[in-house]
Design a protein around this ligand. Structure first.
Ligand code: PAF
Length: 278
């Protein structure tokens, strides 16, 4: 697999593939790869002839007190894993290539970005929407794949691409889980052994909520019980346990529309998020 570090080289390869009649797929990541990322590459490969993976730990989506410095970085291992999963090109730019001196433009997606994670990480979705817009415009791929594990991020990116008329189709990929249900995440490696044992409770709580809602129990009661259960098993803080409209992410008031149950909670150093369709 070839690695390129400049936007010019990325564009040259992507447009050569397109001119040859090939469909191009894009899988943006920050590295710290696990099976979930590789499933994104495989899904992209099903929808495209050539897959570009990107590796860029985006400083704009971390607040100063967050884990930007600690975020796992291993380009050689990630490159091998991408290549084995079917990616043909790795775009791994330096920070100055992405944000040259004087870079000031920000993309924001109001509304969708302010609820749930946005209420706890106010800087986050602006940083994500900006880098996602840049990567989509840089690669001009036919299709780009993002994980449903970051469900709110996926909705923000879909809306941003639609509103900015970016012609890339945005696909969501199902969440990859460990055998005990824990959603795969680069941040799971921050968990101690005891925390790792408690971590799947976030998935169990979401399952209880989705089963309960389907059985006619009120979502608010189920979310309150879920929050208490997370604290009981050792989560130190619960940012939210919510059932919302699957598209607008506003409170789910219309039972005829699809809804989504989402949770975010702190276990030791790790902030875990997960979600399930209701
Ligand atoms: O989900 C991620 O890894 C990142 O938020 C993304 C979409 C690659 C943007 O930096």
């Amino acid at each position: 697999m070839q690695t390129v570090r400049t936007i010019a080289d990325l564009r040259a390869q992507a447009s050569a593939w397109r001119q040859g009649g090939g469909r191009v797929g894009l899988v943006p990541t920050m590295g710290g790869l696990h099976e979930g990322h590789l499933s994104l590459v495989r899904l992209a490969r099903e929808h495209a002839d050539h897959v570009i993976a990107t590796l860029f730990v985006n400083p704009a989506q971390f607040a100063p007190n967050e884990d930007f410095d600690a975020y796992p970085r291993d380009e050689a291992a990630d490159g091998d894993a991408f290549s084995n999963a079917g990616a043909e090109l790795l775009f791994a730019p330096d920070i100055a290539e992405v944000y040259p001196p004087g870079h000031v433009t920000q993309v924001s997606v109001p509304g969708l970005s302010e609820v749930l994670d946005g209420a706890f990480r106010p800087h986050f979705f602006g940083g994500v929407a900006t880098i996602a817009a840049k990567l989509l415009i840089q690669a001009m791929a036919d299709v780009a794949v993002f994980g449903e594990k970051d469900y709110q991020q996926l909705q923000v990116i879909k809306r941003m691409a639609r509103d900015l008329d970016i012609p890339t189709e945005i696909l969501g990929a199902p969440t990859s889980r460990e055998a005990d249900g824990l959603a795969m995440s680069s941040r799971n490696r921050y968990l101690t052994e005891d925390e790792r044992a408690a971590a799947p409770t976030i998935f169990a709580v979401l399952q209880e909520i989705t089963d309960g809602v389907r059985g006619g129990v009120g979502a608010d009661d189920l979310c309150a019980i879920g929050r208490a259960r997370l604290l009981d098993v050792g989560f130190r803080d619960v940012d939210y346990v919510s059932v919302v409209d699957a598209e607008t992410l506003q409170p789910a008031t219309d039972a005829s529309r699809p809804a989504r149950a989402l949770a975010a909670a702190w276990l030791g150093k790790a902030r875990l998020i997960d979600n399930l369709p209701v």
